[in-house]
Design a protein. Sequence first.
Lengths: 329, 292
Amino acid sequence: MSTIAPERAVPTPRELTTEPRFSDKVFRAVVTVGGLSSLIILGLIALFLGYRGFEVLRQEGFKFLTSSDWSISTDDAGNVLESHFGLAAMLVGTILCSIVAVAIALPISVFSALFLNFYAPGWLKKILVTVIDMMAAFPSILFGIWGFLVLMPSVEYWAKLLHHYFGFLPFFKLEPYVVTRSPFVAGVVLAIMIIPIITSVSREIFSQAPLDRIQAAYALGATRWAMIKAVVIPHGKSGVIGGAMLGLGRAMGETVAVYTVLNIVFQVNWQMLLGAGGNVASLIILKFGEASPYEIKALMAAGLILFFLTLIVNALADVIVRATGRSGR
Amino acid sequence: MNDSHESEKENMETTTRPSSLADVANAKVQKAPGTRAMGTGLETRGIHAWFGKNHVLSDINLDFAAGTVTALIGPSGCGKSTFIRTINRMHEFIPGAAMAGEVLLDGRDVYAQGTDVTKIRLQIGMVFQKPNPFPSMTIGENVLSGLKLSQQKVSNKDELLEECLERAGLWNEVKDRLGAHGGSLSGGQQQRLCIARALAVRPQVLLMDEPCSALDPGSTLRIEETIRHLSDTMTIIIVTHNMQQAARVSDYTAFFLSDGGPGQMIEASPTSEIFSRPRDKRTENYVTGRFG
């Protein structure tokens, strides 16, 4: 071929369109409404909290996050004379309790998920899955009462033990020596509450581990544990982290159970064994009943902060899941 | 199946019914006597298999001499894959699966009480239908993954890595990117990576379950060459739907068939014979493409 092909102009890509049918349009509208409704509801709640709490937030400014005072004095007519609102102690308490909860719940959940998927005989698996799902639906006040009556006395023993052997670490320090109703106790109760969530998410993701890779591992002489390490955990890592973050979110928002087993003290406390702390949600339930209109605004502002804290944790979870999810799939 | 190669060669000269598959089977280089792998090979005695109440495999007796390639052919659902999965005890992973009979590796039953099943799977390696490298590992890590999984230590990892990739026919293509992820290879390369991975634990027997069914002709050819090379040092059993492939790579061929009931082994002969002078009418119908 000696002729030179005439130079062709490179066309711009065509715009591709489809005209949807009427039924498609209707269905699209329905699912759009469904999909957006949660976003709208969430937005409205944030708006409401912001609107109600705005006055206090403006009054307290950044101190609302950094100070630990919570006091209000009113005259007989109900006019506010002086008020100080600060959430620092409650925020620290929220984070502390939740971290303790996840630290305890995560290994237990992962091991039970692995047990259920790879070790439990069929009949036992069925029973356990039902029990764990039931645990997730269990009312939290019952966890709280059980935690108060049964768990607390025995957890105190473990708290003392931890203090005795690990007291040199700042996290396990105990000064003054008050062990009842500590963030540790609340964390244990929360851990029991979030185990079902993390377990079901982990179980789900582990059960999706690709069979061909599982077989490949076995065919290479892997023991069950070696197979799990090589195939199931790399595959499920990101899902487990996602589950843990879901649990963390639940733990941070938990109200009644924490309220039952935790001393609410307006003083920043990073010692998890010390019987002082609080969390934002239980602060709201503690104060809400007898709050003056102005204090209610402060509580709404606290709710808004909790709302954003949960949002941040979930966003963080998403980032982590994306970052770890790429390998292993 | 244990006929010597001498009689096999005589048989070839008296081919009665020429067919293209027989020609293919004869055309390949016959293995010279004496290039025998270590060990006495593999024998199966009265293998039956069930999935739940479903009897899928009935009374299979086959011997696999060390250093030979045996192809298992037959229509889908006749129990070929189930059969090779009973050999390295992968069958029992399927819920409800059961088996009867004996699989003798060097004379010892792999199903005997007290057998460490992970050791059996190290001696009897397996390559699957779909390439299944570990995506979280690099190419190099994939090849050596068997050692890690079975907690073995080797001193000369780099040599072993090169040797296995070389034998699997992949070394030249990946030697500059051993740190890349296994999933970055093409399908054919991934399958050769899986072969290299199986070789790294030095199995005596290699089971291949339709290793080329997901691959293009070029990759298939590479893997067939690899199989021919590997058979110098190990016993290979390959399930294939491709009769050309069976004719090209195998020394012996066994024909499986299910007549609606459990799968049975109809005939096992030297490959050149089964494609030229099948003893059973059903085998003839199958290899001449009249059904299946």
